[in-house]
Ligand binder design. Sequence first.
Ligand code: NAD
Length: 267
Amino acid sequence: MSRTCSSRRRSDSVQRLQDRVAVVTGAGSGIGLATARRFAAEGARVVCVDIAAGPGRAVAAEVGGEYVDCDVADEAAVRDLFDGVVQRHGRLDVAFNNAGISPPEDGSILETDLATWERVLRVNTTSVYLGCKYAIPHMLRQGSGSIINTASFVALMGAATSQIAYTASKGGVLALTRELGVQFARQGIRVNALCPGPIATPLLLELFAADPERAARRLVHVPMGRFGKPEEIAAAVAFLASDDASFMTAAQFVVDGGITGAYVTPL
Ligand code: NAD
């Protein structure tokens, strides 16, 4: 079967998330946007969450879902988000805790100040703690659920081009995900971490277009010789969200073009 034919067939007929209620944070851009589209294409009712109302509302309208304005680092807002979803939709099947930041002030430990460290940890790690804390009780009540938390390949590897707060924040996501996956494994709840490699989101492309040397310094470590696409990550998230991943929990699911497996890359 040709590639075109198999991908057309996938988007036309595979409905692994039919009628499931799925929350996607950071749905306004990049990986979250591609995942909201993919979830909807597979039949889910998608709750699109962001702090950027313009893009958030636009994706919700596009996928026939709803938009909820919510700062994922704000405890009351996250509690209200999940309680509201269950009140309005009657259930909660999938929580994709994905929103995150990578600000330019975050660099070498020698220059990164405490305020930046705390902000990155709050938006990237505390948000995942909150997303799990307020999703899990609903999933326990219904006896099922899939949580996917976005970490990164940098949680698994060291880089001399450091972003120290970001790296630590994603290491925290991996550890807390593993523990929750183990704790709730016999209650029908799967909790997995996703570790994307570098993805060609608009921000990254802009940064590397302005600084090709910076892009080349990174691309040399990618066996596939290119950055990933948001749609390639969305496909992995849809798998983890679906029953196709029914025997997977507490995992770190790496989608990175081969980076974490590489020593010497092809010329
Ligand atoms: P992005 O910047 O394109 O999108 C992030 C979205 O999250 C934006 O719409 C933003 O408004 C929203 N957001 C930011 N702070 C928020 C908050 N406090 N509350 C609610 N929403 C908020 O980012 P992306 O590249 O799609 O990254 C998504 C996730 O994937 C992040 O956790 C990121 O760390 C991770 N990741 C990205 C890459 C990459 O190369 N792009 C690689 C590995 C991991």
